[in-house]
Design a protein around this ligand. Structure first.
Ligand code: NAP
Length: 283
């Protein structure tokens, strides 16, 4: 088994972003990310703080908009409109989930596609579909970096994705397809999941169920990427893959924590830099 070190791959991506950001600064261009958070969900607070910290480390400006839980859709929309036209803001993200009275899709659709560094806007989703994109959604893009770090080529491989969410499973499948993988997407209605996953040369688990993937579900020597971030009965962070069970059989495997998690923020930083370059017409 080879452990895929998400922390190291993420650090390398962030170092490159920091280097390019310093170069842009010399040309008088600064990079700014606006983060909107509505309400006081503790998990969202942690994610937003981590994003602000990552911005500071790579030399971006970050602008936080912490709105009260009772914020109306009109107020949120007005803030998005303001940020869309603010030249100091290159990327905008709205931390999800939003309080239930707010419409997430309305916000996603309102963020300018050029500043949509999460790549959730339908225009950006369409670009990903046709393989002509500026931004990739952060988690699937991070997974691709981890696969690349193994040296295993995706071309011609049997790739299986467990999960079909709009933010992970579906775009993940598309990115593997763009690199010429033969891709199967599985989900909760898939019949005989094990027979499909055990043929995968590359298996990506994005299920949201602790320790769901066991050794008898994977192929000997497979690249196993665990997107899951769950809590087990003891409250400990764990993935969708039973790491202890699978580690000897897998060729390459990501740990949780320290695998996909650190990549998501790194890719957000890269997307924000790309947005700033595009908005300033810099190659
Ligand atoms: P989600 O929207 O809940 O989607 C889960 C998917 O898993 C669904 O498509 C569901 O199928 C499928 N599924 C559920 N039970 C299944 C089963 N028994 N067999 C096969 N498929 C099954 O979750 P998500 O947002 O994609 O996130 C997945 C996991 O990744 C979560 O643990 C989340 O916390 C984590 N995550 C991590 C990061 C990161 O940065 N590391 C980022 C995003 C998400 P149906 O469609 O049929 O319901």
């Amino acid at each position: 088994m080879n452990l895929i070190d998400g922390k190291a791959v993420s650090a390398a991506v962030r170092a490159k972003v920091a280097e390019e950001t310093a170069e842009l600064k010399k040309k008088g261009v600064s990079v700014g990310l606006a983060v909107i958070i509505v309400g006081d969900d503790p998990a969202s607070r942690v994610y937003v703080n981590n994003k602000k910290k990552a911005c500071a480390e790579v030399g971006f400006e970050s602008f936080e908009y912490a709105l009260p839980a009772e914020t109306t859709q009109e107020e949120l929309n007005a803030l998005v409109d303001k940020l869309n036209s603010d030249p100091k803001v290159n990327g905008i993200l709205c931390q999800l989930p939003l309080p239930s009275h707010l419409d997430e899709n309305e916000v996603i659709n309102r963020i300018s596609p050029a500043k949509d560094v999460d790549a959730f806007h339908p225009a950006n989703v369409g670009h990903i579909m046709i393989g002509d994109y500026s931004f990739l959604p952060c988690t699937p893009a991070g997974v691709m970096e981890l696969i690349h770090s193994t040296g295993v080529e995706v071309k011609g491989k049997n790739c299986v994705v467990i999960g079909r969410s709009n933010i992970v499973g579906k775009p993940m499948a598309m990115l593997l397809l763009h690199e010429h993988g033969t891709v199967t997407i599985t989900h909760s209605r898939t019949v005989d999941l094990k027979s499909i996953t055990s043929r995968a040369d590359i298996l990506v688990a994005a299920v949201g169920k602790a320790n769901f993937v066991k050794a008898d579900m994977i192929k000997e020597g497979a690249v196993v990427i665990d997107v899951g971030m769950n809590r087990n009965e003891a409250g400990k962070l764990c993935g969708d893959v039973d790491f202890e069970d699978c580690k000897e059989k897998a060729g390459y495997i990501t740990p949780v924590p320290g695998g996909v998690g650190p990549m998501t923020i790194a890719m957000l930083m890269r997307n924000t830099l790309t947005a700033a370059k595009q908005q300033n017409r810099i190659k």
